[in-house]
Design a protein around this ligand. Sequence first.
Ligand SMILES: Cc1ncc(COP(=O)(O)O)c(C=O)c1O
Length: 436
Amino acid sequence: MPEPTAADHDIPFAAWTRQSRQSILREILALTADPNLLSFALGMPAAELFPTPGYARAAQHVLGHDPRALQYGMPLRRLREHVVQLMALRGVECTENEVFITTGAQQAMSLLGQLLVTPGGTVVTEELAYDGMLGSLRPLQPRVLTVPSDPQTGMDVGALEALLAAGERPALVYTIPEGHNPLGASMPSAARRRLAEVAGCYGVTVIEDDAYGLIDYDGDAPPALRSYDGRRVLYVGSFSKIMAPGIRTGWVVAPEAVVQRLSILKQGSDLDVTTFAQLALSAFLDREPFAEHLASLRAAYAVRRDAMLEALDAHFPAAARWSRPRAGMFVWVETPEGVDTTALLRRAVAEAGVAFVPGQAFCAAGGVRGRGGLRLNFSRPSPDQIHDGIRRLGRLLQPRPAVIPLPAGFSPAVGASASAPPRPVPSPSTRPLGPR
Ligand SMILES: Cc1ncc(COP(=O)(O)O)c(C=O)c1O
């Protein structure tokens, strides 16, 4: 069924909504929606690793004992105290008054965008990046400038400095220094220090999206960018990856004056972060062994990351390159010259029963930068599924053998994999994309 338009309803939508660039993402979603696919596409945590029993105990305790549980409520002080402790794990010192609780990192970015960007103003993002920040800015129709990112070391700070030296003064610079989505990159500490210096020198505000900062595997992640400059860098964190995304709770760490402004802005959209979620989360952190939970999560995802890297080494062509993430949930692959990964996705779904997200979906300013790249999620599939799926995908990337005529009586068996029968390609749907 075609998507209803404003004309169908005779409702005049705001002008900016007509400039939607959803189509490629929508098509990807449609292609990857089949539950029978082995999916490396969406950036979801593994549901079997959610701390469900402990959260259920915490929720039960709150419902049984706390009369505030289902009432309107102020941002919970105890939860902010817990966030202060989490921030210490990221090398950031802050007070409860510098912590602002939000409905997920996504709302944090949306509110920060509203606070900082005047309609039509300039913002800088990485050439390839999670599009949640730009998505939330769309009503403001900003002028978007991009700087390149390296799949191993993240944002090119030199390129940002060149933009600023040329006179650009963006309202914000958005970056994901740890466990980058989609690149899997982590910015070295020297680059973090330089970025903080550059921000201070030119007086620009940086939004540090650290949604994956606590999901690190090798114990050598440097402190968060905010620890290098507590005035210019506004930090965004999330419980989605370390607890569960359904709890919909995230936070901002920022100077108190910023927190007060955010609070006023937020009242305009949803009054309070769900009181029950704040209380249950807080009770979980008070009563359950969170440090053990986090350690077991990191250990389980590290096994999956290693499985994916081993499988890529074993099954992908020598001409392909990929990142080796030390944090987060994604590996970025640069395919051999000439491969268009949006076209490859259609073949992968139809011929191998495997899905991923083609790089173009993350190309902030449109264009072709991500055309040869693809993002693989390793947090959700099991190690066995990872080996199987990467083997199937690798076959599609191997140079095709020349067709040699077979003797009479033989039937060719080239093409579809024996373990994955060809499947019909679904037509585009209109469901929203969800986490990416
Ligand atoms: C880099 C990045 N930032 C923010 C988010 C949104 O997180 P939340 O669930 O806290 O809104 C995501 C979700 O996948 C993400 O990948």
